[in-house]
Design a protein around this ligand. Structure first.
Ligand code: CA
Length: 569
């Protein structure tokens, strides 16, 4: 059993378990130490362990320790550093005897590390051998992007129209969709933005470009249609100015005409002029032509019908795995997140990067405490400095609200054994694997606009599950991987979400919500590498539509939640 050392040394180091013969015997007392220099380990057994428990290494519990919580491996004097992942996660507020429960109340959290004088591109991982034989079946777009699902999206400019769009979407699903068997779904892109906001404030660019870029997500095939109220601040032409949707707009027109090998961002240049002549397709509810609610619904359905015809002509073709754009994030984390699920995702991240795919990791408050190891891993000083800029922006954003990164942790995180944001961050960063970080996106930016295709990218987002997912959609994600320890039914309507459980107990209780059980790693029944490869193959199956995730099966999805740091009026 091994994993990449989370301390930033980039080595794949063994983590130690107190017993090595646990296969399927969850009852044997087990603690897991992440690094040889750690003076704490976590109790792995479901339900925790009682006082008097003797581990295989001779350690005796002095008190009951819940599952996922830390036990002191040695006597820790008052004021000494408590170390997990070979990183200081706090100092002891009083002396802690070996075998004691190291609870949150015993730890003083370290201050956030300075953003000055960080190592810039000093530990760039060498490029690993390419994995170029893997493919999936996807929907090619003319701009080079590839969809994993074929969905009609109805963009909205303002929350006021949400009810009408909901009504229309239900009618479209019932009356039109059966005529178009190649179209998977119809989704209203509803949100809380669009009016009552300081739309000219500098930070308003974030929600506006987020919504614009979501409309251009590869799964929507360039078939942009908009429902507007009429009087709102976010006018359709401000959301999608002429030209902004043209490259995507040609996608559906060109897909059937162009050979697979011809497709690239540059190849879209020729049909661009033709597309620019096509005006944005907008249904305005306040238009004089609308007399009564049903006339609005009829207009939306008529517009939708035309887009459905073109979407229905799309076909899956074999594309290289490099066309995957994967967003990874975690939510409802526990102490096992950084032991099982996130390391397996990190291993899979490395596989994807080797296959030429794009992988985004995010969640600024959950990487802030690991910034030094991330700037060291950046492919160039410029990329490292871009990461620092994002951290600095977010520090100032939090400070405006008189908060800092410690506001991140939830009661569930703490109940699951995570004492503070430093410990949580070390487990979260592991999702990014070991590859060089080759690009950075600001919130709401898209990979397309930045000219990024392939590699490991830091897409700056809040850690909030639904806001992070929304921003990764805007970046151009076509597949989402989500790890959870406490459990969440999280899903997105626009892309498949593969959920990975950190513990077997959760995977068994939520057997029809969790797609992968990484808890087998802590049980001694699978290695990080095995679960990482399993996830990799599952991703190709899900991307191809051969398998559906549980969230898709039950049609579970969260709302789009735009990140709006600008004032509300
Ligand atoms: Ca999250």
């Amino acid at each position: 059993m091994c994993q990449r050392c989370p301390c930033g040394c980039r080595a794949w180091s063994g983590f130690e378990v107190s017993s090595t013969s646990l296969g399927g015997v969850a009852q044997a007392p087990l603690h897991i130490r992440m690094h040889g220099a750690d003076n704490v380990a976590i109790v792995a057994n479901a339900g925790g362990l009682p006082a008097g428990t003797v581990f295989a290494d001779g350690l005796v519990l002095r008190e009951r320790v819940p599952q996922g919580h830390k036990v002191a491996l040695v006597d820790v004097p008052q004021g000494a550093i408590v170390r997990r992942y070979n990183v200081p996660i706090g100092t002891a507020l009083k002396a802690i005897a070996a075998g004691s429960w190291v609870s949150e109340a015993l730890l003083q959290m370290p201050d956030a590390c300075s953003l000055v004088d960080l190592p810039l591109a000093t530990q760039v991982a060498p490029v690993q051998p390419a994995l170029d034989s893997y493919t999936f079946e996807g929907y090619r777009n003319a701009d080079g992007t590839v969809g994993t699902r074929n969905i009609l999206a109805i963009t909205t400019t303002v929350q006021c129209v949400a009810g009408v769009v909901d009504f229309a979407v239900q009618r479209i699903k019932a009356e039109l969709l059966p005529k178009y068997p190649n179209v998977d779904d119809v989704v209203g892109l509803e949100h809380s933005y669009g009016c009552g906001v300081a739309i000219d404030a500098p930070d308003a660019i974030i929600p506006i470009r987020t919504l614009r870029n979501i409309s251009l997500n590869p799964n929507f095939g360039g078939e942009v249609m908009v429902v507007s109220l009429g009087c709102e601040k976010l006018q359709p032409e401000r959301l999608l100015p002429p030209g902004s949707f043209a490259i995507q707009k040609v996608a559906a027109l060109a897909t059937s005409e162009m050979a697979v090998g011809q497709l690239s961002i540059n190849s879209a240049a020729a049909p661009l002029a033709r597309a620019e002549e096509t005006p944005l397709d907008v249904v305005c509810l306040q238009a004089q032509a609308h007399v009564g609610f049903m006339s609005m619904i009829a207009s939306i359905m008529q517009a939708a019908d035309q887009h459905l015809v073109r979407l229905n002509a799309r076909r899956r073709t074999t594309v290289p795995a490099s066309a995957l754009v994967v967003g990874v994030q975690c939510g409802g984390s526990d102490a096992f997140s950084g032991v099982t699920a996130n390391p397996a995702v990190g291993f899979c991240t490395d596989l994807l990067v080797r296959a030429g795919a794009t992988v985004m990791f995010s969640e600024t408050t959950e990487v802030r405490d690991g910034i030094a190891q991330l700037t060291a891993r950046a492919s160039s000083p410029a990329v490292a400095q871009a990461m620092v800029r994002e951290m600095d922006w977010y520090d100032r954003y939090l400070a405006k609200g008189h908060a800092d990164r410690s506001a991140n942790t939830t009661p569930g995180n703490k109940k699951g054994g995570l004492s503070n944001i430093v410990e949580k961050a070390m487990g979260s960063i592991v999702k990014s694997g070991s590859a060089a970080i080759s690009g950075v996106l600001s919130p709401g930016e898209s990979l397309r606009d930045k000219g990024i295709a392939g590699g490991l990218v830091y897409a700056a987002t809040p850690a909030s599950d639904f806001i992070c997912g929304t921003l990764q959609l805007a970046a151009g994600m076509n597949l989402h991987v989500f790890t959870t320890g406490r459990g969440t039914p999280y899903g997105l309507a626009a892309v498949p979400v593969i959920k990975v459980a950190t513990r077997t107990d959760l995977a068994q209780r939520w057997h029809d919500l969790m797609d992968v059980n990484a808890g087998r790693i802590a049980d001694g029944e699978a290695t990080i590498e095995q679960v990482g490869w399993e996830l990799f193959h599952l991703m190709l199956d899900v991307a191809s539509g051969r398998k559906k995730t549980w969230a898709e099966h039950w049609k579970l999805h969260n709302a789009l939640v735009l990140f709006n740091p600008a004032p509300i009026t």
